[in-house]
Design a protein around this ligand. Structure first.
Ligand code: ARG
Length: 461
């Protein structure tokens, strides 16, 4: 068994299972690129500060580049005995460049090293999530533009409320994904500080230049407190929190896709390439993809709760508990990216069944509010108008008629103020287009939303 770099004070080799239990290499190897990048910046800084000879730093950097190459070519052998990615890289470096490789860890600890690696990883993945979010936002806006005339029922309590444009409904999701994008931006603003140089917890005796290292790695600057630098995982929690909220939005959207593709609702149809069948019922075309996304939401919430629980009550500074941050984080990254990746084209391709949405909107007295507003414009106080229309609807239900199927005489039984112009107000189209308030469902208002959405996308693509 190879001797551990920390084994100086030990009299017994590590127990085999302890070694396995303690190791993180089989998952933290995912950080290799950031680990090597961080080490190159560190070595460069050490030589600039005269802490390493220039030739030593050159050898170390070349060695690190070779390690990177070996990993990327699949030649690198990951070994449980190396414990984690940091020690594995350093060990290989030393094999390549000799004892000078041991100088890389001057003025550094694995505690600040892992913190910088995870920060770089999160900055990178948050950027990827943002790109996926913008892509989805674009799909939604295009879909809204292409379906601008489609009317559907808008629901509250999952009961028909008022008719709305399908595009207006879609643009509600645009707003959610826009906020998600901004949330990832916000968390990146706080994550973007470099903990490298904090050492184990108290700083270092060497004359390092943390500003230089930070700028080499594209951080805004160094973190301000060495104790906090090695014990903080807020950036993981904030990432997982933003990811959880995004998944919650995807899950709500998914739920509606599932509901809307039910035979009795039948508002939309997913394309065959985004559905699966049943092994027993030949007629089935199941919306497995939105169902899976709805389910995977639980997984990402799980990661967030895992992380909050790991950090709860941890004394300062670094504790090994924090090694448990990586698997939930990696799993959440994989889950949110896969979900966004599959969701966007599914929405892009889905077919909107315009006749069905409109037919559904025409049921359920969705223009009753329009009739009440009509009476209000004739001087009736809204509460009274509400009551009159309630009676009218009850009568229509009894007669098994839609609101606009009542004759003028029938309507006038409830208010003499109703005249034959009422029929200009209680059609679906009139109802939708009269809701012209800012943010409302009229085609004009939705176009305003779309215009703003397009400029948001253009600014952030
Ligand atoms: N594998 C460790 C982690 O992921 C790296 C830091 C270990 N530091 C230590 N002092 N044991 O947190």
């Amino acid at each position: 068994m190879s001797e551990k770099p920390w084994a100086g004070r030990f009299n017994l080799p590590t127990d085999k299972f302890v070694e396995e239990f303690n190791a993180s290499i089989y998952f933290d190897k995912r950080l290799y690129k950031f680990d090597i990048k961080g080490s190159i910046a560190h070595a460069t800084m050490l030589s600039r500060q005269g802490i390493l000879e220039e030739s030593e730093a050159r050898a170390i950097v070349a060695g690190l580049e070779q390690v990177l190459e070996e990993i990327e070519n699949g030649q690198f052998e990951f070994n449980i005995a190396d414990e984690d990615i940091h020690m594995a890289v350093e060990k290989r470096l030393t094999e390549i460049v000799g004892p000078v490789g041991g100088k890389l860890h001057t003025a550094r600890s694995r505690n600040d090293q892992v913190a910088v690696d995870v920060r770089m990883y999160i900055m990178y993945e948050a950027e990827t999530v943002k790109a996926y979010l913008i892509n989805l936002a674009k799909v939604i806006v295009d879909k809204a533009v292409n379906n601008l005339g489609v009317i559907m029922p808008g629901f509250t309590h999952l009961q028909t409320g008022q008719p709305i444009l399908f595009s207006h409904y879609l643009m509600a999701y645009f707003q959610m994904f826009k906020r998600d994008f901004q949330r990832f931006n916000d968390m990146m603003i706080r994550a973007n500080y470099c903990p490298l140089g904090a050492g184990a917890l108290a700083g270092t005796t060497f004359p390092i230049d943390r500003n230089f290292t930070a700028s080499q790695l594209n951080f805004y600057g160094p973190t301000e407190n060495s104790i906090d630098s090695v014990s903080d995982r807020d950036f993981v929690i904030e990432f997982l929190s933003a990811a959880s909220i995004t998944m919650m939005h995807l899950s709500r959207f998914s739920e509606e896709i599932i509901l809307f593709s039910n035979q009795d609702v039948n508002f939309i149809s997913l394309t065959d390439d985004y559905c699966t069948g049943s092994s027993i019922m030949p007629q089935k075309k199941n919306p497995d993809i939105p169902e899976l996304i709805r389910g995977k939401t639980g997984r990402v919430y799980g990661s967030l709760v895992t992380m909050l629980t790991i950090m709860k009550g941890l004394p300062l500074a670094y504790n090994k508990d924090m090694q448990e941050d990586k698997e939930p984080l990696f799993d959440a990254v994989d889950t949110i990216l896969a979900s966004l990746k599959v969701f966007a084209p599914m929405i892009e391709k889905m077919q909107v069944l315009e006749n069905n949405t409109k037919n559904s909107a025409s049921k359920g007295y969705s223009t009753a509010t329009d009739l009440a507003d009509y009476l209000v414009r004739k001087g009736v106080p809204f509460r009274q108008a509400h009551h009159i229309v309630g009676k009218t609807v009850a009568y229509a239900i009894e007669q098994d008629k839609k609101l606009d199927e009542l004759s003028l005489d029938e309507m006038q039984m409830f208010s003499k103020l109703i005249s034959d112009d009422v029929f200009n107000y209680i059609t679906l189209e009139a109802s939708v287009n009269s809701r012209n308030s800012y943010g409302g469902t009229s085609a004009e208002s939705v176009m305003t939303q779309i215009k703003l959405a397009k400029s948001f996308i253009d600014e952030n693509i």
